[in-house]
Design a protein around this ligand. Structure first.
Ligand code: ADP
Ligand code: MG
Length: 685
């Protein structure tokens, strides 16, 4: 039965055995949602083979191996973390009496490992081999008694994971979901649904890396479904927009606010900002709703333009809702926007998931009465119990973080309101038609006066001490520094934050007040550290972070950003990160540190960044130089949220899907696809 299937797909992941609310929230950050369906759409990106080796001398460094080992002795030893944190080392022998060291960094667990790896016994151990001259396996992924060796998979699908998430969590959830699916699919009469889930199963249980390439049968099939869903959503949205039944009379002006607004501005708008404002005002005066995307690099001043639109809307007495991707961003917008609104005398409020009880109720009353003219918030803005008196304009910040469906869910709170989407991710012109087919595009291609170009350099990570010395001088003269460590998971049990933690440890020796934020921290704690860093009066001048800072925090005094292992990021992601500095009037710097194993292509990609700050040029290069999705930071930095589609490989599928969406009748299969890929908010006409 279809509704039983769809209910299952809508189930919150916290109800899967072994998951629970905390983990579900972490998964949500990676999956972009927390339902079974969101998990299913998140597919493995490659396969890791765990070949069985009997003789360690046959294995090569960097390879993942499974090997039977005899445990000989345990000790705390080695050097790590400047000698203070000594790892636990378990000395073993392979069948040929070669020594293999199994090493655990979380020190002081000697007793625990003594029990788990008792001296004199054999264990089957699987993990990455680090060093062949002194063979070492750090934090093995699997440890099994020999008779249970078959529990260790010979090929393993690796999922793009996030901080605080291990591969084991992913494979556990996958196995449970696919065990339940056949029951939910029983009696399904639509072949296409059955085939769809069959394709998903193939992709989640790949047997080779070829199975995961964009043009592999099942990947291509799913990509086409995804494109069809997306293109159909665009067609529907365009039809709704131009439908005569949705025509409206232009709103009458009741108050005079724009004059006050211009007078209250602390600076002069750039030519590009003025032009885009005009385009917006023209749209707002039409009898069909506005659907406009404003693209502009980080720091180009999109927020003021959005505010101008909100004030224009308020002149008619109608309301504006500004949707931001995170609490932190919403908070930051709110503080700035409220300041400006206060000057003009209009009510600005904030609504996020944190608002509870009385305060939330009061906020909702003010929205319902129409008193609040501008509300900033997260997805809380379109919760069921939120009502607007007259929602005239929806603004979506960092629009790539939301699906068409989410923006439509918010629009549904008004009667066909105007939509203004903001995006700092430049989409190459060659793609914008297929992606934003239902929107008009404005571009802010000019930075506010007085901004100095950011000086970008790339240096080898072997020169890190030299860099730290130079930073010291800068910090003494008041600079604030972001230090970004990528999320790298070296092994199964690694939750990815170790790199940032280790760097923080090292840097506190130079800068005792250095702060640290990563995704495994409690959100409140993380926000508190960020706020402290942003505070001009605090002594925290350097902040070590994982990419959680990618979208967000505005720290005008931050003038230096260091990005470690920059070669692992996509160009668009690096560009986005770099945008965290260069917001004030001082000279800003971006230092790209590259690792020892950087490839020639990797260095070439970094050169693009050193040479230009033009987001469009970078986006085009990014698209040409790699497949979307191969590098870190892809998800966060935008490129829309395609799960299967690859822009380079699927150009023909794009055309096919776009034609099919325009020409075919919307049938039940289209509706199913809209549900599967668009969170079911959009309904076929
Ligand atoms: P974006 O959202 O495009 O990244 P913001 O709107 O946050 O950029 O603007 C970045 C900073 O530049 C803000 O502090 C803002 O007040 C300032 N700003 C915006 N427009 C101008 C301008 N025309 N002149 C001077 N400063 C500006
Ligand atoms: Mg912004």
């Amino acid at each position: 039965m279809k509704h039983e299937l769809f209910d299952f797909l809508n189930t919150d992941l916290q109800f899967i055995k072994g998951v629970g609310p905390v983990l579900a929230t972490r998964l949500e950050e990676v999956l972009g949602g927390r339902r079974v369906l969101d998990f299913l759409l998140h597919h493995p990106s490659y396969i890791r083979a765990r070949g069985i080796t009997e003789n360690i001398s046959d294995a090569i460094s960097g390879e993942t191996i499974t090997i039977p080992l005899l445990i000989k002795s345990h000790k705390n030893g080695g050097t790590f973390g400047r000698g203070r944190r000594r790892p636990t080392q378990v000395i073993c022998n392979d069948k040929m009496n070669n020594t293999v060291i199994v090493q655990f960094f979380n020190a002081n667990y000697l007793d625990y490992w003594l029990k788990k790896l008792p001296i004199g016994q054999w264990r089957m151990i699987s993990g990455k081999l680090e060093n062949t001259s002194r063979p070492t396996i750090n934090h093995p992924d699997f440890i099994e008694e020999l008779q249970n060796a078959s529990k260790i998979p010979s090929v393993q699908a690796i999922y793009p994971a996030g901080e605080g998430l291990t591969q084991k969590i992913f494979s556990n959830i996958r196995d449970q979901i696919f065990a339940l699916l056949p029951d939910k699919l029983r009696g399904e009469s639509d072949e296409r649904i059955v085939e769809f889930f069959d394709a998903l199963e193939h992709v989640h249980f790949p047997t080779s890396n070829e199975d995961l390439s964009p043009n592999a049968t099942y990947m291509a099939k799913l990509s086409y479904c995804e494109l069809l869903a997306h293109q159909s959503a665009i067609v529907i949205s365009r039809r709704n927009r131009t439908d005569v039944r949705n025509r409206r009379a232009p709103r009458a002006k009741k108050y005079d606010l724009m004059g006050k607004f211009w007078a209250s501005m602390p600076f002069e708008m750039t030519g590009a900002q003025k032009r885009v404002c005009d385009e917006i005002f023209t749209d707002m005066a039409k009898d069909t709703p506005m659907m406009r995307l404003v693209q502009g690099d980080v720091g180009s001043g999109k927020t003021v333009v959005a505010l101008a639109a909100a004030i224009k809307m308020a002149e008619s007495g109608a309301q504006t809702a500004l949707l931001a991707p995170t609490d932190t961003l919403a908070q930051q917008h709110f503080i700035k926007l409220k300041q400006q609104c206060d000057k003009i005398g209009i009510v600005c409020d904030i609504l996020t998931g944190r608002d509870k009880g009385v305060s939330r109720r009061e906020k909702l009353i003010s929205l319902r009465s129409g008193r609040t003219r501008l509300v900033v918030g997260t997805h809380a803005l379109f919760s069921n119990d939120v009502e607007y008196r007259d929602l005239g304009l929806v603004i979506v910040d960092e629009q790539h973080r939301f699906g068409v469906a989410q923006r439509e869910a918010l629009r549904a709170k008004g009667t066909n309101p105007d939509l203004l989407a903001l995006s700092a991710t430049p989409i190459p012109r060659t793609l914008s038609m297929t992606i934003y087919g239902d929107m008009d595009v404005s571009i802010i291609n000019e930075k506010p006066a007085g901004r100095k170009p950011i000086k970008t350099t790339k240096i080898s990570s072997s020169r890190v001490i030299e860099l730290v010395e130079r930073l010291r001088t800068q910090i003494l003269s008041g600079a604030k520094v972001f230090w970004v460590c990528p999320l790298v998971q070296e092994s199964e049990n690694d939750t990815g934050t170790t790199a940032a933690e280790m760097r923080h440890k090292m840097l506190t020796e130079y800068f005792p007040t250095a702060g640290l934020v990563h995704g495994q921290m409690d959100k409140k704690e993380r926000d508190a550290v960020m706020a402290k860093f942003a505070d001009d009066n605090s002594d925290m001048q350097i902040l070590i972070a994982t990419t959680v800072i990618e979208v967000g925090i505005d720290v005008p005094r931050a003038s230096i950003i260091v990005i470690e292992n920059a070669e692992r990021f996509g160009l668009a992601a690096l560009h986005q990160l770099r945008g965290r500095v260069g917001r004030g009037n001082t000279q800003s710097y971006c230092v790209l540190l590259f690792g020892r194993n950087v490839s020639e292509d990797g260095l070439k990609r970094l050169d693009v960044l050193c040479e230009t700050e033009d987001g469009f040029v970078i986006a085009e290069q990014d698209l040409m130089m790699r497949g979307v999705g191969e590098l870190l930071g892809t998800r966060q930095s935008g490129w829309l949220h395609y799960h299967f589609v690859d822009y380079r490989e699927h150009r023909d599928l794009f055309k096919l899907a776009s034609r099919a969406a325009r020409e075919n009748e919307m049938d039940s299969w289209t509706n199913d696809l809209l549900f599967l890929f668009n969170r079911g908010v959009i309904q076929g006409a």
